[in-house]
Each structure stands twice: as structure tokens, then as C-alpha cells.
Ligand binder design. Structure first.
Ligand SMILES: [Zn+2]
Length: 475
């Protein structure tokens, strides 16, 4: 297979070990350090010498491998990693070390698709970790002086009191992302620790929504069924799963699909706004001042066709959402349950009468997010409880991690008349599950098994996230 630089996840912490001027002069980027081998992408002209020019900046290694990549491609990557700072005369602008370090840190987080950045001081140094795909990853190490400077810089950006180091503070600022050519919001929280201030940054709205539902992991048949259900003018569409299962990404993708028709009025109530979306009235819910239920009540006065409610977490919100779904609105929301078949009973437990659940619910999707295997280094392995499985060793494409992104594993329950009758007559989730099985609707576990067998996801992680056996089928 030819080397394809566009598929590489660049190890930005490694790349940034080389100063920008040196990297640009050599038209080269150090992008991976896997099993003792350092991988460098360089242009045809510089590839021969680049090893020697960059050597003093590289960490300890056994060997260096240089890949020749088109000059333009490298220049683009260099701009993403280091930022493009050109002044009016076309020269590079000067900036202080702290300003540069904070900018590089934020750019790295955006390139790595991190949701949070943690700057944690210890007695002699400070470590920086990022949350990527839901898991914490080490990013870099700073000495205490640099940590202190970066903290001050971040506090200035977020309009916090720099001299106050003994009390927790919070604030926010905007950062222009070169990668996405737009500003993203960053929420800042500082807290004093024994060794100095710890800073946590949350990147809001930095995520890119996929253009197609297929990219989230839905197959063609499921996408068709989802689109059919989104055409229905009224009713309830719910996405369920534990925290971090990608529920809101799925909901936003539905909204993105609905946004295509210009004759709909769309309102979304979110906590917080995670993706910015033109054409949608987005309301961030500040729980100290208001609640989903109050915001939902006022949203209904704005004549919406479609309302996205971030989460149904109390009886009042459930009741208003169901009434809205009954009176000519399409309501999209999330609910915290483990499977699709438990949703009707959960709504009943929240005080919604069973006949209203039956008449408003249109579609329920239960989902989990599971790390995707890097397709460049996967190999078939011994069967697990899922049967045929694959494992990865880590390669230059995946920063040696063996993974690349995450895939949604889901089950889809379309509410037909039989299910409506079953809900009204109070039949159990096991009955619902049996009915779905009879109709060849894949359960979460069956869908997970399929994705493991196809080599899309990791069996070990799937077993942890979804379970070793199909829980409901065993009953
Ligand atoms: Zn790999």
C-alpha cells in the first residue's frame, strides 16, 4: 500500500518538539514515534538531508524513517500544527513564548479532536493531558516556569484575575482555529492545588459533525428508517445510552439533516451548545438560571416545527416534551437508559401515561461508542466471545495507538402498531425484545458482534462497553 499522509493522525506533541522555523525551512513534519522508529514526512527536495537537520530535536530512537510527501500537503500540515501567523508585510509575527505555547496547545487539541485539556502541576514540573474519544491521553510535559506562564496567559485570555491564585475561578474565551477556519469557544476553570494552579479547558463547538449518518456507523437500512421517521411532522424521537455514548452527536446529525429543508423552524435547547449550526435557533441552558422544562415551555411559544431537547431528565421535561410531540411538533431528545426496549417503561416511570407514550413515540435508538481499529495495522486474531475478531499493533498512521476514531454501535426500535399496543397493555421489556428479535431487528449486542467480526471495532473494548453476552436474549 502506498503511503497516504492524509490518513495519518499527527502526533502534535512530537511535531512541536521541532521549532517552527526549522520545520518550515526543511519542509518537514515529524509525525509519529512508534516502536523506536521516528517517522518524518518531507518534501522531495529536503528528504535526503532532513534526518540530519532535525536530529537534535528528536527524542531517543532506534531509527528514522522518511516518507516523501507533496510540498503543498506538508505546508498545509505545518500551518495546522504551528498556526499561520503572517503579518501585513508577509513576514512572520513575533509572539512571546507563553502566547506561542498556549496557541500550539489549543491547535494540538483541535487537531487531535480533544474535548478537554488538563494542565496539572506537580512539585517539579507540569503535565498536560487531553481527553480524546472519551479517554485521557498524555500530551506533553512542561517545567514549572512554563506552566506558570501558560496559566497566566490562559487567565488573561479568559478575563480571570491573574493575581488570585488561591480561589477557584472560571471563565471563557474564543480561539480561532486554523484547521476549521472558525472560532471555537473555550471554557476555562482554574483550581488551586498543593503544587500550583490546575487549569482545565473545555473546547466547545470544536467538533465537526459528519455530513452523513453513515459516517457515524449507521448502515444504509438504518439511515433510511431514520430519514423516514424524521419526515413525520409530529412525535418523539429518542436516542438513549450512558454518558459519553455519542447521543448528542447523533441528535445533532438528525438536526443537520432536517436543516436541509428550509421550510422548517428548528429550535434546540442544549447544555451546552456543542456544535454550532446555522439555520437552527440554538439556546444554551444555564442550569443555575433556568431548566430544560422552563426553556422548553418558552421555546414552544416561538412556533417551532422541530425541537431538540438536550436531555429528558425529569418528570416535568418528559411531560412537556410528550405534550409538544402530541400537538404537532417533532421532538428530538436523549434519555439515560441502557437499551431501546426500556424506554417506554422509563417514560411511564417518569409519570407519562402509557397511552401517551404509545401514541407519541416514533423511534428509539440506543447506542454506544466503541473505539475503531486502525485499518492500517489490523490483523485477525483468536476468536473472542464475539467470534472472529481483529487486533492492532499500532503503526505510523495511528500514533502507535492501534485506534482511529470511534464508531457507534446501535439498536433501532421503530414503533409500529404492535409495539404501541404492547406499551399500552404494559408488556415488559423482555416481551418487546422478543418481538424485535422475531422481526429480525438487531440488538445492540448483535450489532456489536457484527462490527467486531468485520474488524471495525475492538472485541475487548466491545465486551467492556456492550457486554460479553446478549443480556436480554439470555433471559
Ligand atoms: Zn495503525
Amino acid at each position: 500500500m502506498n503511503f497516504d499522509f492524509s490518513q495519518v493522525a499527527i502526533d502534535t506533541a512530537l511535531a512541536l518538539k521541532v521549532p517552527m522555523t526549522i520545520a518550515k525551512r526543511n519542509c518537514a513534519i515529524v509525525f509519529a514515534h512508534v516502536k523506536g522508529v521516528i517517522h518524518i514526512a518531507a518534501s522531495e527536495d529536503t528528504a535526503g538531508e532532513v534526518k540530519y537537520s532535525l536530529l537534535r530535536y528528536l527524542p531517543e530512537h532506534d531509527s528514522i524513517s522518511v516518507e516523501i510527501v507533496e510540498t503543498e500537503t506538508i505546508k498545509n500540515s505545518l500551518n495546522k500544527v504551528y498556526g499561520k501567523r503572517v503579518n501585513r508585510d508577509g513576514g512572520l509575527t513575533e509572539e512571546s513564548t507563553a502566547v506561542r505555547m498556549v496557541r500550539e496547545l489549543l491547535s494540538s487539541a483541535i487537531i487531535n479532536k480533544a474535548s478537554d485539556i488538563h494542565l496539572e502541576p506537580s512539585d517539579t514540573s507540569s503535565r498536560c493531558r487531553m481527553r480524546v474519544d472519551g479517554a485521557m491521553q498524555s500530551h506533553s510535559q512542561y517545567d514549572s516556569a512554563d506552566h506558570h506562564q501558560m496559566v497566566s496567559r490562559i487567565k488573561v485570555l479568559a478575563d480571570l484575575n491573574i493575581s488570585e491564585r488561591r480561589l477557584p475561578q472560571d471563565g471563557k474565551f474564543s480561539f480561532y482555529s486554523e484547521l476549521q477556519s472558525r472560532s471555537i469557544d473555550i471554557r476555562v476553570a482554574s483550581i488551586p492545588t498543593k503544587h500550583g494552579e490546575k487549569i482545565t479547558l473545555r473546547l466547545i463547538g470544536a467538533m465537526e459533525l459528519p455530513d452523513k449518518l453513515e459516517s457515524l456507523g449507521f448502515d444504509e437500512k438504518s439511515v433510511k428508517s431514520i430519514h423516514e421517521n424524521l419526515k413525520i411532522a409530529q412525535g418523539l424521537v429518542l436516542v438513549t445510552g450512558p454518558t459519553g455514548s455519542g447521543k448528542s452527536t447523533t441528535l445533532y446529525s438528525f438536526l443537520k439533516h432536517l436543516r436541509k429543508s428550509e421550510d422548517l423552524s428548528l429550535i434546540s435547547l442544549e447544555d451546552p451548545v456543542e456544535y454550532e449550526m446555522a439555520g437552527v435557533t440554538q439556546v444554551g441552558i444555564d442550569h443555575q438560571r433556568t431548566s430544560f422544562s422552563r426553556a422548553l415551555r418558552s421555546a414552544l411559544r416561538h412556533d417551532p416545527d422541530v425541537i431538540l431537547v438536550g436531555e429528558i431528565r425529569d418528570a416535568e421535561t418528559a411531560s412537556i416534551a410528550v405534550r409538544a410531540a402530541l400537538t404537532g411538533h417533532l421532538v428530538l431528545s436523549t434519555l439515560h437508559t441502557n437499551s431501546a426496549v426500556t424506554v417506554p417503561q422509563r417514560l411511564v416511570d417518569m409519570g407519562v401515561p402509557a397511552y401517551l407514550v404509545a401514541s407519541t413515540l416514533n423511534l428509539v435508538i440506543s447506542q454506544r461508542l466503541v473505539k475503531k481499529l486502525c485499518k492500517h495495522c489490523q490483523k485477525e486474531t483468536d476468536a473472542t466471545s464475539y467470534g472472529r475478531s481483529y487486533r492492532t499493533d499500532g503503526c505510523k498512521y495511528c500514533m502507535g495507538s492501534g485506534y482511529a476514531g470511534r464508531a457507534a454501535v446501535y439498536e433501532i426500535m421503530e414503533i409500529d402498531n404492535t409495539i404501541r399496543r404492547m406499551v399500552v397493555s404494559g408488556q415488559s421489556e423482555i416481551d418487546l425484545h422478543r418481538y424485535l428479535q422475531k422481526n429480525k431487528v438487531r440488538s445492540l449486542w448483535q450489532e456489536g458482534k457484527k462490527k467486531v467480526n468485520e474488524g471495525v471495532i475492538d472485541a475487548v473494548i466491545a465486551e467492556r462497553v456492550i457486554g460479553r453476552v446478549d443480556g436480554l436474549t439470555q433471559l
